[in-house]
Design a protein around this ligand. Structure first.
Ligand code: PLP
Length: 396
């Protein structure tokens, strides 16, 4: 098909040309005396992205899923109990992994469209006077439903309950796009990946571990090898890796981290909020449709899950968008399959790119039988963006 493919799934996201160019490199010796410069550049630029001074960033040759597994097998002992809530496909999959690895799960079943229920977490932690719960797991941004949970409030609940459990946060579709604060929120493991806010191809599991998590790892008897934190931290300390790292990914990461630093992390968050708000204006005011997120307090600034009108198939909208308009939208997963489509609005993007996605989604919905006013979503987004500023503190 002529023209560019419009990639608007919530990861992988568009890789900036500058990052693509930085990745086109001849291979090098990863044990050379100059190699540590690259490792150190990546590690030191990652720390501010995690908002940590005490945590250790770790890069696994995996995706986010590998970092989920690493968190569990490094910090917990076989059969340990974890507390988590399930409100979408990704919070489900992490919980499922816990069970498959033999951990005991206390699960707070939560409607899809809501985020982590802080009051129920607090009650569960208070009830656990024997401190059997060893870790609390939360998905900061549930990519399947476009819902963001309040991690700071979860930390406060853990403190209120005076509970010593570790806090593991899945920030796969949040890091470098929605505020995340490793140190301030007392996060012990942050799990993420390269293919979303970090604007890279998939292939790097990007995680960060607190001193408390590393201490727990020293005493954990869970079996692990490739994903062992201690091996990685020891090798990274001298600027190397315990196994052959992907050079293009490291060069790409160094470049994407430079881009984030140049824009400024707070500006990056602001841009994501501003773009997301325009998309929400299109969905709610333009198309007069609903989001899967049931309350504004859950709205995600990285992905909007749009409920299709009654009688219209979300799968048909996605197929039409792809086949006819060269636009990739995210599918409804599991429980919400066919009921919604997702627009990813994270990473390297601006208003005009998103207007293309909104126009394509609008045409695909009309083709699939939705009764919408043509142009209504695009107009609502334009109106929003024309009256707001992409930079914090500036007037439009
Ligand atoms: N967690 C969330 C919130 C995700 O969105 C994803 C993937 O989209 C994952 C975990 C799994 O990450 P990966 O596909 O990088 O293994």
């Amino acid at each position: 098909m002529a023209g560019r493919n419009f990639l608007f799934v919530p990861g992988p996201t568009n890789v900036p040309d500058r990052v693509l160019r930085a990745m086109v490199v001849a291979m090098e010796d990863h044990r050379s005396p100059i190699f540590p410069e690259l490792t150190r550049a990546c590690m030191s630029a990652l720390k501010p992205v995690f908002k940590t001074t005490t945590g250790s960033p770790i890069l696994f040759p995996s995706s986010g899923t590998g970092c989920w597994e690493a968190a569990l097998t490094n910090c917990l002992n076989p059969g340990d109990k974890v507390l988590t809530s399930r409100f979408g496909q990704f919070s489900h999959l992490w919980m499922d992994m816990c069970q498959r690895l033999g951990f005991e799960v206390e699960l707070l079943e939560t409607p899809w469209g809501e985020g982590a229920p802080i009051d129920r977490h607090l009650a569960a932690l208070r009830a656990d006077s024997a401190h059997k719960i060893k870790a609390v797991l939360v998905c900061q941004n549930e990519t399947a439903t476009g819902v963001t949970s309040d991690v700071a409030a979860l930390r406060r609940a853990m403190d209120d309950a005076q509970h010593p459990a570790l806090l593991f946060v899945d920030a796969v579709s949040a890091l470098a796009s929605i505020d995340f604060r490793m140190d301030e929120w007392g996060v012990d493991v942050c799990v993420s990946g390269s293919q979303k806010g970090l604007m890279l191809p998939a292939g790097l599991g990007v995680t960060c571990v607190s001193p408390k998590a590393l201490e727990a790892a020293k005493h954990s008897t869970s079996r692990r090898c490739y994903f062992d934190y201690a091996d990685m931290v020891a090798a990274n300390a001298s600027g190397y890796f315990p196994y052959t790292p992907s050079l293009p990914m490291l060069y790409g990461l160094r470049e994407s981290l430079a881009m984030l630093a140049e824009e400024g992390l707070e500006n990056v968050f602001h841009r994501h909020h501003y773009l997301a708000a325009g998309v929400r204006a299109a969905v709610l005011q333009g198309w007069k449709l609903k989001l899967c997120a049931t309350d504004p307090k859950w709205y995600s600034d990285t992905v909007s899950a749009v409920m299709v009108p009654e009688g219209v198939s979300g799968a048909e909208v996605i197929a039409r968008a792809f086949n006819r308009y060269n636009l990739a939208l995210g599918a409804g997963l599991s429980k919400v399959a066919g009921k919604l489509f997702r627009i990813g609005h994270l990473g390297d993007l601006n208003e005009l790119m998103l207007l293309g996605a909104l126009a394509g989604a609008e045409m695909a919905m009309l083709d699939a039988g939705a009764k919408l006013e043509p142009g209504s979503g695009v107009a609502a987004a334009q109106t929003y963006w024309r009256s707001h500023s992409p930079a914090p503190g500036k007037t439009a």
